[in-house]
Structure formats: C-alpha cells, structure tokens
Write a protein that binds this ligand. Sequence first.
Ligand SMILES: [Zn+2]
Length: 290
Amino acid sequence: MELTAIEKLFGTVFCFVTGACIGSYLNVFIYRWPRGMSTNSPSRSICFSCGNPIRWQDNLPILSWFLLGGKCRTCKAAFSIRYALVELFTACLFAQIFLVFGLTFATGVYLLWAALMVAGSFIDIDTCLLPDRITLSGSVIFPLLVLVLDMADASEGLVVGDWREALFGAFFGAGFIYFIRFLGTAAFGREAMGLGDVKLMAMNGALLGWWRSLFVIMGLGPVLALLTVLLLRLLQRFKIERFSEVPFGPFLCLASYLSLYWADEMIEWWLALPPGATASLDQPWRWLGW
Ligand SMILES: [Zn+2]
C-alpha cells in the first residue's frame, strides 16, 4: 500500500515516539535482567541511589535526562547518559524501519527484532552474555512469524519472505558460527565465542537468509568489531577510555541490522556483480534443481 507524504510523516513521528518509550522500557530490562531483578516490580522506576520513585514527569524518554541535567531530582545522584542514548537509538531505529517498510507486517516483525537486539546488545556489553530469553525466543518466533506471514500471503516487504529461506537462514546462521567457534576453540585452546552468538545468529539468520548471515559473520561483523577495538585502543592510549573485554554480539547485531538494508548493495559492490545478482542466492537448493 502506497502511503501519502503526510501519512508517511505521521507514521514516522509516531514510530519515533513509540521507539523512545520502548527504549525506556528496554533500559529497565537491560538493568534488571542481569541482576536477577523482577521487571514488573517495582513497576515504577526508582532511583538506584536514594530508592525514591521517579515521577512520571521526570521519566519522559530522552527529554528528562536533559531537563534534569542527568541527575536525580531528590538526591542529585548522576544518571548515565546511556539511558537517554538507548532511548534515542531505539527511536531512530523504529523511525527508519517505518520509513523503509511502511505500513506492512514486515515493519512489525522488524520493530520486534530491533527491540530484542537493542536489549541483547547492551546486556552483552554489560555482562558479556546474551540472554537466552532474547536469542532463544527470537530463534523460535521469527521463523514461525515468517512461516505464518508466508502462508497467509502477507509477507510483502519482508527481505526474506519465503519460509524455506527463513528456516534455512536460521540453521545456516547458527551452524556456521558454531563451526567458526569450533575452529577458534581448537586454534586458541579457549572458548572463542559464546553459545549466545550461535543462538543470536539462529534468530537473525531467519530474517536475513543464509548469505546475508554469512556476510554478517565473516564480513561486516568482524570489520565493525575491528574498527571499534582500534578506536577503543586509541582512546585508551590517550587515557580517555578503559576497556577489558569486547563482546562480539553487539557487532553481530549491528551488522545484521545494516545487512537487512544494504547487504545486497554491499556484496554487489564488493564482488563487482551486476545489480540484482544477489537475488539468485536466496534459494541455493535451486542450484541442485529442487
Ligand atoms: Zn535519587
């Protein structure tokens, strides 16, 4: 369905605001899950320092952090700017997904995916663990969602809208990174990657298909990770930032997200293929005449 300019604008603003609110909620998960805390009690956010509930007008996504100068109104304890940045980041992802995929079921699928990846990435940054609640749920939900939408003839807009491609992508993504993990562990004598990354790529593979997953694991993911580590080393050298261990999960997430939009162009550019050449990659069983 083609949207008018005003519908597109309204939808994008709506998704931005919704994304900021969801981001605010994701902050709660990111903080409470690794600490084994309940996510619904206390139902209201409380200050980690003085324990006072945060009033709703001090809990507006993105805005409140700036209005309060990053401090608790009661005790003046500093709140990390990361809370506002997670909200802003989620808002931008949501707006972009609507802008690209419009009023389709695909938009709903990708909004859910983006929210899961934001929560998973920040928990991974904090703890070097990707929670099963996110990756395992995702690797069941997304192949099923594609299957249902494909069966209902409603997979319009999905980058991978054929359930066979989704299922193959999930198995390929998980299997390939498991293979890399096996090689890495054999070569370095210690666990090279977590099983969390394997489950993450089962989830992402279902939405990306097999060859975009391969591109994420072997191409874009490692490149983004390497650039970040170099940047962090540089900052560390100038005593700006300290870091110990950099998890791979967030880079897999970022690379997966970017690949959803641009993997085709990036691969065609990289391998100097004619435009549209990647379309034939999605169903490798066709090469066998199936
Ligand atoms: Zn306080």
